[in-house]
Design a protein around this ligand. Structure first.
Ligand code: HEM
Length: 208
């Protein structure tokens, strides 16, 4: 008979410290985040205004139907504090598009499925997390293109000074949900969202 030792007991899976859903999300999406960051020309030294405008158009084409899908699942309008579409529309106007041109932009139909709170949180992790990177990107776009919140850069700073507060509030909601049975769905939805967003941007021809 093999005696249980303190070491073997402490290594049994039931006593391993559990990995939070946030840690799982970070580990599972790190490669996808790096890849997308490398392919998006937003940090390229040769970023120009027309490339930037094409990126914002493609972002609009993903965010509009995704927001609709979130609202269908919630059976309610998006939290007003987390509205992103008005900022995208404002930027598109500032970049020279008329209302009819904005309405005619292609919209993504190959979206991540949102059929549970778990999958909603996975999708939100990706799209809310992007507001953190936006804080870096808005400075780059201001330096390189002279674009600020009123001249086409509102979306990159969509939550403004509330960015940190809203991210922390999202993390609290994620921590409340955290449960071994649901976490795989959260992680799967986040990976799927990164993959579909990258695919959409690729099809729009805005990636390197
Ligand atoms: C060139 C493009 C991008 C850059 C330079 C960038 C940069 C960053 C940076 C610096 C952070 C960490 C911020 C912090 O810890 O305070 C971050 C976080 C994050 N970004 Fe990006 N990002 C880019 C694009 C994107 C895109 C397109 C998405 C998804 C649509 C995305 C999703 C995320 C997520 C989910 C996090 C949160 C990670 C976490 O703390 O768990 N990023 N990004």
């Amino acid at each position: 008979m093999v005696e249980a030792t303190p070491e073997s007991i402490s290594l049994s899976s039931s006593s391993l410290p559990s990995v939070s859903v946030l840690q799982q999300l970070r580990a599972a999406t790190a490669v996808q985040h790096k890849a997308l960051e490398a392919r998006l020309p937003l940090t390229s030294p040769d970023l120009d205004r027309s490339t930037y405008a094409r990126i914002i158009k493609a972002y609009y084409g993903f965010h509009v139907p995704l927001q609709h899908s979130i609202e269908c699942f919630l059976d309610a309008a998006t939290d007003p504090a987390r509205q992103k579409i008005p900022a995208l529309i404002k930027d598109l106007h500032a970049l020279g598009l008329h209302r009819a041109q904005i309405d005619a932009l292609p919209l993504c139909t190959d979206l991540p499925v949102i059929d549970s709170e778990a999958r909603l949180l996975g999708v939100m992790y990706v799209m809310e997390g992007a507001t953190l990177g936006g804080q870096v990107l808005r400075r780059i776009v201001a330096d390189r293109l002279g674009i600020d919140a009123d001249t086409g850069g509102e979306f990159l700073d969509v939550y403004g000074r509330d960015t940190g507060r809203l991210w922390k509030a999202f993390l609290a909601r994620l921590a409340d949900f955290d449960h071994p049975d649901g976490n795989p769905w959260v992680v799967d939805a986040a990976c799927d969202t990164f993959a579909r967003f990258e695919h959409w941007l690729d099809r729009a021809g805005v990636l390197k």
